[in-house]
Design a protein around this ligand. Structure first.
Ligand SMILES: Nc1ncnc2c1ncn2[C@@H]1O[C@H](COP(=O)(O)OP(=O)(O)OP(=O)(O)O)[C@@H](O)[C@H]1O
Ligand SMILES: [Mg+2]
Length: 265
């Protein structure tokens, strides 16, 4: 047991997730990982399957065997009908859940079997999430919601406020910074969720249907931000039904899913 922990610890200590925070700049348009070339495989899934309620009468296989390489510094869109497994796949890629079987690797390191506390660390240091349902905290202001994922990093409060304000401004939400989450419209909540996902300057942005509640103008705005991410060399993995998103020049690769499987091109 102890040997296993030491093994995981040493893998993490020598791994990308811990090393990256030391050298990274904090600006909004910060240069991305210099050791990771465009097109290099960053996230690898090997025959990944995910069952819900395994062994019970309502057992359901949401993913039935996904093998996929996701490249660094690319914007990848997952597309497919409702129930095809897009959100489930995002949760596995973002270390929010573990596969029932198969392997998920990040920069060549198998992360599928890591204990929860290591996954939490990888999540915080590597990924920013925009959830399908936003998951903003009611009773907290837009600004506080944006700052929330940065509290465990121990960064100075003033620095966090400045960064959160800059993100809110970029998403044209400055006038709503002090409004409680529950007072915001759907589109405003979505933009707060996007700002929150960016507060820790994540290497990988994961966005589940990011334009679902935006009107055309705001959806285009989001795509412009996405294009900026591509130019910054940020890795983005999103799901979308929206032609404005999947057919946009900001998206480098579209992956089709159906019934928990990839649709071969
Ligand atoms: N926690 C869960 N328990 C049981 N079944 C689940 C759970 N989460 C998802 N599922 C089922 O797994 C399948 C895939 O769900 P998922 O949310 O990944 O689909 P999706 O492609 O994101 O759909 P949508 O486009 O509607 O968001 C669905 O049939 C769903 O009902
Ligand atoms: Mg979904």
């Amino acid at each position: 047991m102890l040997a296993t922990l030491d093994y995981h610890r040493s893998r993490l200590a020598s791994g990308v997730t811990v090393a990256r925070s030391a050298s990274r700049p904090s600006g909004l348009g910060a240069a991305r990982r210099p050791d990771c070339t465009v097109g290099a495989s960053m996230i690898e899934l090997r025959d990944v399957k995910k069952a819900f309620n395994q062994g019970q009468h309502n057992e359901y296989w949401a993913l039935s065997g996904i093998t996929l390489n996701l490249e660094a510094k690319r914007v990848t869109a997952l597309r497919g009908p409702s129930g095809s497994g897009k959100t489930t796949l995002l949760t596995l890629i973002g270390c929010l859940a573990r596969p029932t079987s198969g392997r998920v690797s990040l920069h060549g390191r198998d992360i599928s079997g890591l204990p929860e506390r290591f996954l939490t660390e990888i999540r915080r240091q590597t990924f920013g999430f925009v959830f399908q349902q936003f998951n903003l905290i009611r009773g907290m202001s837009a600004l506080e919601n944006v700052m929330l994922p940065a509290f465990p990093t121990g960064r100075a409060h003033r620095e966090l406020v400045e960064r959160a304000d800059a993100l809110l401004e970029r998403l044209r939400l400055t006038h709503r910074r002090d409004a409680r989450a529950e007072w915001l419209s759907g589109g405003e909540q979505q933009r707060v969720a996007i700002a929150r996902a960016l507060i820790n300057d994540p290497e990988v942005l994961i966005a589940d249907e990011p334009t679902a509640n935006l009107d055309t103008a705001l959806a285009k705005e989001f795509m412009a931000i996405l294009e900026g991410f591509g130019a910054e060399g940020r890795t983005v993995i999103l799901t979308s039904h929206d032609p404005l998103v999947v057919e946009s020049a900001a998206v480098h690769r579209v992956i089709d899913m159906r019934d928990g499987l990839l649709v071969e091109q």
